[in-house]
Each structure stands twice: as C-alpha cells, then as structure tokens.
Design a protein around this ligand. Structure first.
Ligand code: ZN
Length: 422
C-alpha cells in the first residue's frame, strides 16, 4: 500500500498542476482576445476599456501565480517540512495546560498564515488596484483594518477554538456531533449579529437618503413581498471604487446594503434591477439552501476527521510525531483543500444556476433591459473581463460569463415579464 505521504504528494501535484494550468489558460485567452471587443458589447464598451479589462485580468493573473507558489511552499513546509511539528513543540514549551497548548498552537498557525499573505495583499491593493484606478485606501487605513481584523479574529477565534478542543477531549466518541452543533450554533449567531455588530466595525452604514430611490425600492419590496429591517448605504468608497450590493442578516434582522460606489455608477432603473436580482436570491431560497448545504458538508467533514484523528498513518504520512486534537485539526484543514480542489466546478455550477434563477426573478419584476444595462456598466467600470477562458470559467466562476448571462436575459425579455415569472 502506498504511504499517505505519496498519496498526499500525488494529490498536491494534481491540484497545483491544475491551478497553474487554469491560471495560464485564462491569461493566454484574455491576451489573445485583448484587441477586439466582443460583438455583443461593441456598442457599450470601447476598445480602450476592453484593453484595460484585459490588462487588469492579466495583472491579477500574474499575482495569482505568485500566490499559488507561496501557497504550495507554505503547505509543504508546514507538513512534510516539519513546520507544524516545530510549532506544536513551541506551544508545549510555552504553556502547561493541553487545552491552552492546542489553542496557542492554532492561533499561532493562523497568525503565521496571515503574516505570510500580507506582502501580497499590500501589493494587490497598493500596486495592482492602484494602477487601474480602483484603490481608494491609504496605508494607514489598511493598517487600521488589519489591527481590527486581528483583534476580531482573536475575540471570536479564541473561545471557538477553546470550546472545540474541550468538546473533542471531553465528549467521548460522539465529540464530532457536539463540535458540529457548536459550530452551527456559532455560525447562525455570527450571521444574526453581523449586520449590527460586526460590519459597523469596518464601515459606516447610513439609511438610504435618496427619497425617490427609496420610494421605488419600497414599491419593489412590496411587489415581491419582501420584509427587511431597512435599506442602507455603506461607505465602500473608502477602500475601493468597485461597486456592489448585498443582503445580510437572518430573519427579521436582514437588511439591504448598497455600496455608495454602486449608487454612483447606476441610474435608478438599473439600481432597482440589481436589487431585484438580489431579492431573487432570497425569494428562490438560495441563502437557505447554501446554509443547509454548508451544514451537511461540515458534518461529513467532521466524520472524516473523527476517523483520521485516531489513524497513525495520517500523522506519520504528513511527518508529524505529535498526536493531539489540535494537530489533527491543523493537518486536516490544511491538507483538505488539496483533495477537494478538483471538485470546485460542482460548487461553481451550483452557484451559476442560482445566478440564472435570480436573473429570471429580476426579469419578472423589472424590465430585463435595465438589468442588462446595469451589468454591462458594472463589467465596464469594474474592468471585469468579457472574454474569460471557458474552462477557467467553468472551474471558478460563481457567475455566468457576461455574454451568456446577457443572452439569457435577452430570451427572458422577448418572452415578456409575464412569461418570465414561470
Ligand atoms: Zn447574484
């Protein structure tokens, strides 16, 4: 039987080879289509804008290659290179209680990963985003965000890790069920408090002031039978000029949030159409389906972890001599993505299906032409490529390609709003 080291190395080569191949394909495809605007967009996107989108995609592609190399080296150093073993030993040297040893070890691991990613985040924000005119953040703003994220991570992460490790040690053979219940309760709690307690740490939210737009939105909410605790504008412009809109919160606490940058980009008809699309995600129960799917996946992953936690070959195969609950967690969540990555297209497909459904919902409640013009505007202003590589897109894209999405909306348009509702 092959040792687990070899199985892991084989999966590592497949996953990283696949990622590299996809990134290079995307860059080549975008480069080859750089000099011609696709016909469907010829009236709304000029050649300079199209080239800017290509150059932006290529710049992000080069960054993703550096990120891929960093990710691969770190993973190998931590596992086969003995990094986790070393870090675990340091935690044991520092504190005496096994519970705190495990917590310290996991927190240190997260801190090291975050620090390793920092140079790339800085480069992304202050070189790539800045070069294409999207960065609105200052270095001090970036530092303040970083400190807030670290403190929030500590405040949330420490009790969660302590509770998980305690349940793993104290609950016998059914520990995985208890950990699952705790994680899911915790998840729901974070979702519920996010809009009122967590998001305001990073951004200012103000009630939508534009009376006309507000009245239109209220009519749309009424037409679609949607209840929410308000429509807010977020100061997204303090970090980036990319625009967006989203829903947040659970049940009655859910609210609609527009980035101020989105309201600057779109006219009221387009804004209403974008909101109708977002409402479609709620009305078609996409949020609920995702939560249920995530709960099911977490349970199956914990069952696998329960099996691996007691398997000597798992630790030995990843060059770790120290067996502990914290080590099992670290190894599992570090190595897992290597085995799961080839299944990425399934999640992307599921997500694109939801996007088509939300577009159909929007087309039933607003003129599809408004959503089309909003999308074109957003593609153009955000320099999103109109010509992604089809295979890269099948793999990664949570949204359908621009041309496909617009073609779909056009079919809804010709059938008229009444038909589109079916
Ligand atoms: Zn969507």
């Amino acid at each position: 039987m092959p040792s687990f080291s070899n199985v892991f190395l084989a999966a590592f080569c497949i996953t990283f080879g696949l990622k590299l191949w996809l990134a290079l394909r995307q860059m080549r495809y975008v480069w080859l289509h750089r000099d011609a605007v696709p016909e469907a967009f010829a009236a709304s996107v000029d050649l300079d804008q199209h080239r800017k989108a290509a150059d932006y995609t290529l710049a992000k592609g080069r960054l993703s290659l550096v990120n891929l190399a960093l990710e691969g080296v770190l993973l190998l150093l931590f596992t086969l290179g003995g990094g986790l073993q070393w870090l675990g030993d340091r935690a044991v040297d520092t504190v005496s209680s096994p519970l705190w040893q495990g917590t310290l070890f996991l927190l240190a691991l997260m801190a090291i990963s975050a620090i390793a990613e920092l140079p790339l985040s800085l480069y992304r924000q202050f070189v790539v985003e800045a070069r294409f005119g999207f960065n609105r953040q200052t270095l001090s703003g970036f530092a303040v965000d970083l400190v807030k994220q670290a403190l929030l991570g500590l405040a949330i992460g420490t009790p969660l890790i302590l509770l998980t490790l305690w349940l793993m040690a104290a609950m016998g053979s059914l520990w995985w069920l208890w950990v699952w219940l705790a994680w899911m309760a915790f998840n729901l709690l974070v979702l519920a408090i996010y809009p009122t307690f967590i998001a305001p740490i990073f951004n200012k939210f103000t009630a939508l002031a534009d009376k006309d737009l507000k009245a239109r939105i209220e009519r749309l909410l009424e037409r679609t039978g949607f209840r929410s605790s308000g429509v807010f504008v977020m100061d997204g412009s303090k970090r980036s000029s990319h625009g967006n809109a989203y829903f947040t919160g659970l049940g009655q606490s859910k609210r609609i949030v527009f980035f101020d940058t989105l309201l600057d980009q779109l006219d009221p008809n387009q804004t209403e159409a974008v909101l109708a699309h977002e409402l479609g995600h709620y009305k078609r129960r996409h949020v609920l389906k995702r939560i249920v799917l995530m709960f099911g996946l977490s349970l199956s992953l914990l069952l696998v972890l329960a099996w691996l936690k007691n398997a000597d070959w798992f630790y030995a195969g990843l060059h770790v001599a120290r067996h502990s609950d914290a080590m099992a967690l670290a190894l599992f969540f570090m190595v897992l993505p290597v085995f799961l990555f080839p299944f990425t297209p399934l999640m992307s497909l599921y997500s694109r299906k939801h996007e088509f459904e939300a577009d159909a919902f929007a087309a039933a409640h607003c003129p599809p032409a408004d959503l089309i013009s909003a999308l074109v505007r957003l593609y153009r202003d955000n320099a999103s490529t109109l010509t992604p590589d089809p295979i890269h897109s099948i793999f990664y894209d949570s949204h359908p390609r621009a041309a496909e999405r617009i073609a779909h909306l056009q079919t809804l348009d010709s059938r008229g709003p009444a038909m589109a509702a079916i």
